[in-house]
Design a protein around this ligand. Structure first.
Ligand SMILES: NC(=O)c1ccc[n+]([C@@H]2O[C@H](COP(=O)([O-])OP(=O)(O)OC[C@H]3O[C@@H](n4cnc5c(N)ncnc54)[C@H](OP(=O)(O)O)[C@@H]3O)[C@@H](O)[C@H]2O)c1
Length: 242
């Protein structure tokens, strides 16, 4: 497929490095941002967006009316506004807070374990994440998504809080550490007086995100009629069906 990429920073370059299959038509950053206007369905099948959050909505406003499909890895923008654009233009957009295939497998395991733990009330659960010291939000979106997965599947947990608040038994403690250049580590810890069970995902490089983004490109190639907001979980589930 012909692809174009907006954002050639840490994540964008990981995608460009890993990609072998697809022809890159435009690779755009802040120096050649006017090239976005030249991306058309006649030259590009999918646009990958890994630029900074401020660019997401203006770029979607340029690209979606043309019928271009987008994979948006950028986080930290107004999701409701994107949803409105997707509906307005009957568009196809893959967007997810975490494109890592390993993390998406962790989400599935997390849901399964939470369901199982309804039968084992002696276990309490907490989440801990570690990221590099430049990450602005804490806890990060992936840790929050893990907490929400537990809340959706484990009846005794109804909300999550950060640890300095007093913890009630129906709450999950979600803690965050900012350390050096750690790419991203997430742990879900179930603890009882007898033992502890830990689910852990540790990113070793940005390649995991790039791999997920390229998997999304393949998904769009194989499923050309899919419309709407597509999540990585949808893509992983579709792969499980093959
Ligand atoms: N969903 C996921 O799995 C996932 C994983 C990792 C990161 N992310 C997100 O991806 C985004 C990018 O992360 P990153 O670490 O790659 O950031 P980064 O290294 O700072 O790269 C940002 C890129 O955006 C470009 N850019 C800035 N302004 C632009 C403009 N006006 N037009 C076009 N390009 C512009 C920059 O251009 P220059 O090179 O010219 O400065 C740079 O190439 C962040 O939102 C991050 O949270 C998501």
């Amino acid at each position: 497929m012909n692809i174009s990429i907006i954002g050639t920073g840490k994540l964008g370059s990981a995608v460009l490095q890993l990609n072998q299959k697809h022809k890159v038509i435009y690779a755009i950053n802040s120096k050649n941002s006017q090239d976005i206007q030249h991306i058309e369905p006649s030259n590009t099948s999918v646009v990958i967006h890994t630029a900074t959050p401020e660019q997401v909505l203006p770029n979607a406003q340029i690209l979606l009316p043309k019928g271009l499909k987008m994979i948006i890895a950028t986080t930290g923008f107004d999701k409701k506004a994107l949803q409105s654009l997707i509906q307005l233009y009957d568009a196809t957009v893959v967007q997810d807070g975490n494109f890592s295939i390993g993390v998406n497998i962790l989400f599935l395991l997390n849901d399964y374990l939470a369901k199982l733990m309804n039968h084992f009330p002696e276990y309490d659960v907490a989440i801990h994440e570690i990221h590099h010291n430049l990450k602005k939000d804490a806890p990060g979106g992936t840790a929050i998504q893990l907490a929400e997965g537990i809340i959706n599947h484990l009846k005794r947990k109804e909300s999550w809080i950060v640890p300095h608040q007093t913890l009630k038994s129906n709450q999950i403690s979600v803690s965050a550490t900012r350390l050096g250049s750690v790419i991203g580590t997430h742990k879900v810890i179930y603890d009882s007086s007898i033992d502890a069970i830990t689910l852990k995902h540790e990113a070793k490089s940005r390649q995991g995100f790039a791999q997920g983004i390229l998997m999304a490109v393949d998904f769009l190639e194989k499923n050309p009629d899919t419309k709407g907001w597509i999540k990585m979980q949808d893509i992983i589930q579709a792969c499980l069906l093959f």
